[in-house]
Write a protein that binds this ligand. Structure first.
Ligand code: ADP
Ligand code: MG
Length: 359
C-alpha cells in the first residue's frame, strides 16, 4: 500500500544523447504513488541514465519530470528528496556503520538525539540492530548493502531509486535480499524505481516492469502480462525462453503451414505474425484430437537433464523447433518417447499468443 506521503512520478518525452547516440529517446513513464516499478533491460539500454536523470545528476536534452505536481527538471539532486542505493554500496570506509547512516541526517541538520534514534530504527529495519559501532570493513557484502539501504531510508525520502543494488551479491543472498526489499517496500509504501538487467529479479519484486530497449520503452505492464502477453519479440525474447513460429493470418484464420491455429477470443489482423511458445506451455499429448489444443508434430532431437526439469528439443521440420520442459519426476520422464521418435505436442488455445512479425 502507498504511504500517505508517497509521490507519483511523470516522465514525459525525456531524451538524452551523447554525441550522435540517443541514449534515451522520448521516454514516457508514469510511476504510481507507492509503486515498486522496475526498469529492466540489457546492458547499455539506458537504465542508469534514466535513473540519473530522475536523481538530477544528468540533465536531459528535453522533456519533463514531475514528482507529484512539481516539475523537478531544474532542481538540484539534494533538493529532490530521494533516497538512492547503488550496486557498489558507495559507503564511506572511514566512518562506522552509524556514521554512514547518520550522514544524510547531518546534511539535513537533524539534532544528535533524533539522529541516534533514527539511525537505530533504520538499522532495525534492515535487520542490523546493534551494528552501529562496526567498521564497514568488518561487514559482509550483504550487510554492506543493508547499510546502504538504511542510509537511503533514514531520512524517509518520498522516492527511492535503486540501481542494480544486489548484483554484487551471490545468488543465495541476492534471492534473500530480493524478498527482504520487497517486504520492506510493502511496509513503507515508498514510491520505488529499481533497476536490474535480471529478468527473474524483476518478475519476483515488481508491481510493474518497464522493459527498456535502446533508450525506448518497449512495454510497461505487470510481471504476469510482461511474461505471458509480450507486446513484441524483443520483450518475448528478453523475458523467459520461447520458440517462434512464422504463421499467416488470412480472413481472420491463422495458419501454421497448412494447419489452422485456434487463437481464442481476439481475432488477429490479416498478415504475417509469429506464434510464441514458452517451454512450460506445451505438453506431450497422444495422437487423438483434443479440444482447446493446438497440435504440433515433430521428432525429439535432444534432451538435457537440468535437475528439476528435463529440457527437450523438438524438430518440427523446415528449420522450426519447439523446446519443451517436463518435470523430472518418474511420471514426467516416463511420458517422453525415445530420441528420434515422433511426438505430438499440445498448446492450449488460452496460451496461444501471436506477436507482430519482427522481420
Ligand atoms: P544501462 O544502465 O542500461 O546499462 P547506461 O544508461 O549506463 O545503460 O548507458 C546507456 C548508453 O549510454 C551506453 O551506450 C553508454 O555507453 C552511454 N553512456 C552513458 N553515460 C555516458 C556518458 N557520460 N558519456 C557518453 N556515453 C554515455
Ligand atoms: Mg546501468
Amino acid at each position: 500500500m502507498a504511504s500517505a506521503s508517497a509521490l507519483d512520478i511523470h516522465v514525459r518525452q525525456v531524451s538524452k544523447s551523447y554525441g550522435a547516440v540517443a541514449v534515451l529517446d522520448r521516454v514516457d513513464l508514469h510511476v504510481q504513488a507507492g509503486e515498486f516499478l522496475t526498469l529492466l533491460g540489457p546492458s547499455g539500454s539506458g537504465k542508469t541514465t534514466l535513473l540519473m536523470v530522475l536523481a538530477g545528476f544528468t540533465r536531459p536534452d528535453s522533456g519533463s519530470i514531475l514528482f507529484g505536481s512539481r516539475e523537478v527538471i531544474r532542481l538540484a539532486p539534494q533538493k529532490r528528496d530521494l533516497g538512492m542505493v547503488f550496486q557498489n554500496y558507495a559507503l564511506f570506509p572511514h566512518m562506522n556503520v552509524a556514521g554512514n547512516i547518520a550522514f544524510p541526517l547531518r546534511l539535513r541538520k537533524v539534532n544528535a538525539a533524533d539522529t541516534a534514534r533514527r539511525v537505530e530504527a533504520a538499522l532495525e529495519m534492515v535487520q542490523l540492530g546493534g551494528y552501529g559501532a562496526r567498521g564497514i570493513h568488518e561487514l559482509s557484502g550483504g550487510q554492506r548493502q543493508r547499510v546502504a539501504l538504511a542510509r537511503a531510508l533514514v531520512f524517509e525520502p518520498r522516492i527511492i531509486l535503486m540501481d542494480e543494488p544486489l548484483s554484487a551479491l551471490d545468488k543465495q543472498l541476492r534471492e534473500l535480499m530480493q524478498l527482504e526489499l520487497r517486504r520492506l517496500h510493502e511496509k513503507l509504501g515508498t514510491t520505488t524505481i529499481y533497476v536490474t538487467h535480471d529478468q527473474r529479479e524483476a518478475l519476483t519484486m515488481s508491481d510493474r516492469i518497464a522493459v527498456i530497449n535502446k533508450g525506448t520503452l518497449a512495454q510497461l505492464d505487470t510481471p504476469r502480462n510482461i511474461y505471458a502477453r509480450p507486446n513484441n519479440r524483443f520483450v518475448a525474447e528478453f523475458i523467459g525462453e520461447s520458440a517462434f513460429l512464422n504463421v499467416t493470418v488470412s480472413g481472420g484464420v491463422c495458419r501454421y503451414r497448412d494447419t489452422v491455429i485456434q487463437t481464442g477470443a481476439a481475432a488477429p489482423r490479416d498478415g504475417r505474425c509469429q506464434l510464441m511458445i514458452r517451454p512450460e506451455q506445451v505438453q506431450i499429448i497422444g495422437g487423438a484430437p483434443s479440444d482447446g489444443m493446438n497440435r504440433f508434430s515433430g521428432r525429439i532431437v535432444s534432451r538435457v537433464f537440468q535437475g528439476d526439469t528435463l529440457r527437450i528439443e523438438i524438430d518440427l521440420g523446415g528449420g522450426d523447433a519447439i523446446t519443451l520442459r517436463v518435470p523430472a519426476s518418474a511420471a514426467g520422464l516416463g511420458s517422453v518417447p525415445a530420441d528420434g521418435g515422433p511426438i505430438t505436442l499440445g498448446l492450449s488455445v488460452a496460451d496461444t499468443t501471436l506477436l507482430p512479425d519482427a522481420r
